[in-house]
Design a protein around this ligand. Structure first.
Ligand SMILES: Cc1cc2nc3c(=O)[nH]c(=O)nc-3n(C[C@H](O)[C@H](O)[C@H](O)COP(=O)(O)O)c2cc1C
Length: 343
């Protein structure tokens, strides 16, 4: 009954051209970590109706939650662009675009760097509340003791700040929106290691298909057939069993700064990337760059990239793809094009 009344009330308000709860100074939303219920001007309601999703702290410091109900209470709107994995949030004349697993967010086409990327958690799209609320010129406060975020409508409009008022809520560092020239300069590198040339074939398909630069990660000491005889105590097996193994690489990538997007290819060795990939990842600063892994294998999937992500702080890793050794250009480029990258 309560719900029906609320719906009728909101229809009446919107028919009258008044956004519910969106008048200056009249809105207070309170959200608590781990609590599926928020309060809107003192009235309790579910954050994610029927699903029980709760706000979470990521990296012990940033608050993510499903924001549709919150944004709608603020008087805004949320839409989902499936192909781009992007949520588009609008409030009055402001538009925010947030992409799953990307720390780059856009407010009215200006790029901002988030501390924590939006994420899919248990199939729910979890977005950073502070960035959203501040971008829409609401105030955000954090109470550490009660683990509570309070969003209020500020009487005066304020610009989003780069300074966190209190942890743990999202900090944003505005960066200049890329100019058309900068966009054109954005370059893609296909870097790969291939011991028996299967991964090399896939790497070349990507580089040819995109017109990207290509770089072979070449071991200083090449792998012989005996080194790859995985039924023995061969060099490859010994390296894979040694967490500290970092086989040396011959040569370097020239001007890695020029690349924003790096496709990274390797064969699967015992379910994982070969250790020489870690040598490569630890040789450069990948922060702010997007890394897209791909691999070839006998049959194993690409597996977890967490260990590689751990050695590339600030890099944005996309989901990877496994191919069979002889994958055709069409198969490979279907995957690349499906990524819908802005290259
Ligand atoms: C040491 C070693 C371990 C391997 N482990 C796996 C594995 O766990 N799963 C799998 O499907 N293939 C495995 N393979 C097969 C390779 O992943 C596969 O042949 C790959 O396509 C080789 O790529 P490359 O020619 O680019 O080196 C292994 C090969 C070697 C040499």
């Amino acid at each position: 009954m309560k719900k029906i009344l609320a719906v009728i009330l909101s229809v009446i308000l919107s028919l009258a051209g008044i956004a519910a709860f969106a008048e200056d100074g009249d809105l207070t939303i309170t959200l608590q970590i781990g609590n599926p219920v928020m309060t809107v001007n003192g009235t309790e309601q579910e954050i994610d109706p029927g699903r029980g999703t709760v706000p979470v702290l990521v990296n012990d410091a940033r608050t993510l939650l499903p924001v549709r109900a919150v944004v709608e209470e603020m008087g805004g709107n949320v839409e989902w662009e499936d192909a781009a994995n992007t949520a588009v949030l609008t409030y009055k004349n402001d538009v925010i675009r947030l992409t799953i697993d990307s720390t780059t967010a856009y407010l009215n086409n200006a790029a901002y760097t988030l501390d924590v990327a939006p994420a899919l958690i248990n199939d729910r799209t979890m977005l950073p509340i502070r960035f959203i609320a501040e971008s829409f010129k609401f105030d955000v406060a954090w109470d550490d003791e009660t683990q509570t975020v309070t969003v209020t409508k500020a009487a005066e409009a304020t610009e989003p700040t780069a300074e966190p008022t209190a942890a743990p809520v999202e900090t944003v560092e505005p960066t200049a929106a890329p100019t058309d020239d900068e966009r054109q300069e954005s370059k893609t590198l296909v870097a790969y290691f291939s011991a028996t040339n299967n991964t090399e074939g896939v790497a070349k398909h990507i580089a040819d298909g995109l017109g990207a630069d290509i770089y072979e990660i070449t071991p200083e000491v090449p792998y012989t057939d005996a080194d790859l005889d995985y039924n023995s105590d061969c060099r490859a097996n010994l390296e894979q069993n040694d967490d500290s193994a970092r086989p040396a690489i011959s040569g370097t990538v020239e001007n890695i700064e020029q690349y924003d997007t790096i496709f990274l290819g390797y064969p699967i060795w015992w379910g994982n990337a070969p250790k020489i990939i870690f040598t490569f990842l630890e040789s450069y600063d990948f922060s702010g760059k997007t890394i897209i892994p791909f691999c070839t294998s006998g049959s194993s999937p690409i597996g977890s990239t967490t260990a590689m992500q751990n050695v590339t702080p600030g890099a944005n890793w996309l989901d990877g793809q496994r191919f069979s050794g002889g994958a055709s250009s069409d198969t490979v480029m279907d995957w690349v094009n499906g990524l819908d990258l802005d290259l």
